[in-house]
Ligand binder design. Structure first.
Ligand code: PRP
Ligand code: URA
Length: 212
């Protein structure tokens, strides 16, 4: 695959371990949900490495000192329904006061084109750092449509976080939105003829919510 400056793939033994758990058909809903949350927290740590800080004075039990802090409430978490919901708690672990906006998208099973069915974003989204969540970046259509929508609403600082991506999805998204930093835990081999990622983990929404 072509190199993209706006793509970061986490390469870490702990990520690899957790991805193996997510892929396995033997991993049941409760464990699947918990591992999605953990991987998301690790992705968030990486995705906000460049976040600006401001200085505060803190009193320790011994002295006063200066320390850098981040503006937690400048972050807006934007899960793409449904499967993105499973990642929200992982971001909240690091940004507990972040607001959440929801974008509903489903893929047309034949054309694989995303259909938007819901959108509710926090007031002031245009001045927030938006982090779009979807565990699976397959054709990239859903993420690209969600990011188009956020840009139409005036949002300027947008990141995308996915657990598993296909090269086809990265090429579409990274090419169409060069200003959006993309963070994925793992880059898989390819899509199958039904638009599923191989080796992948199956249908993320069904595995998170136990619907099949
Ligand atoms: C899945 C997944 C992504 C999308 C990825 O959602 O959760 O949103 O497909 O595919 P793409 O990159 O080709 O657009 P799905 O449409 O199955 O809806 P669901 O989350 O409600 O199950
Ligand atoms: N959506 C999923 O949930 N899984 C895939 O492999 C592709 C799209």
């Amino acid at each position: 695959m072509k190199h993209f400056d706006n793509l970061t793939v986490l390469n870490h033994p702990l990520i690899s371990h957790k991805i193996a758990m997510l892929r396995s058909v033997d991993t049941k809903t409760k464990d699947f949900r918990e591992v999605v949350e953990e991987v998301t927290m690790l992705l968030t740590y990486e995705a906000f490495k460049d976040m600006p800080t401001h200085e505060v004075e803190v009193t320790t039990p011994l002295v006063k000192c200066k320390q850098q802090m981040v503006a937690e409430n400048s972050v807006a978490i934007i899960p793409i329904l449904r499967a993105g919901l499973g990642m929200v708690s992982g971001v909240h672990m690091l940004f507990p006061t972040a607001k959440v906006g929801h974008i509903g998208m489903y893929r047309n099973e034949e054309t694989l084109e995303p259909q938007e069915y819901y959108c509710k974003l926090p007031d002031g989204i245009e001045n927030m750092r938006a982090i779009v969540l979807d565990p699976m970046l397959a054709t990239g259509g859903s993420a690209a449509a969600a990011i188009d929508l956020l840009k139409r609403k005036g949002c300027k600082d947008i990141r995308q976080m996915s657990i598993i991506a296909a090269p086809e999805g990265i090429e579409k998204l990274a090419g169409a939105h060069k200003d959006v930093k993309i963070f994925v835990a793992v880059l898989d081999e390819k899509l199958n003829e039904n638009g599923y990622i191989l080796p992948g983990l199956g249908d993320a929404g069904d595995r998170l919510f136990g619907t099949k």
